[in-house]
Design a binder for this molecule. Sequence first.
Ligand code: CU
Length: 140
Amino acid sequence: MLMVSRARSTQVVTGLGLAAMLLLSGCGSDKPKPAAPTTTSHPATSKTTAPGDKKPAAVTVDVDNMKFAPADATVKVGDTVTWKFSDSVPHNVQGIGDRAMGINSPIFDKGEWSYTFTAPGNYRYLCSLHPQMRGSITVE
Ligand code: CU
């Protein structure tokens, strides 16, 4: 107990010492530097691309009225599929089988979720909340 508290107080002292040194060194360099408001950097303007913006979805599957529409879609390797959730009850997209393991969306009330298919094949999926809701994506 004593050791611990002693170590802790030493750390605090060291921290204070560092802070004091930083403060001193900061004050030491008092070159005449007029406050120039023009040097303040403008907010970044290049930050306009959000992730997912760069590649539009090849297919959008509407998740509404307790179904996926279209239930079956075909895309090419490298294409992105976006599921758009707009039903009055929550849903998700969950792949069926090993191949479709990466297809695993959160549960959405409203919103969009995208998945990019990088290998050809047939990918089946369902809504794990309503397993009768099923769909598939064929990747060529
Ligand atoms: Cu559902």
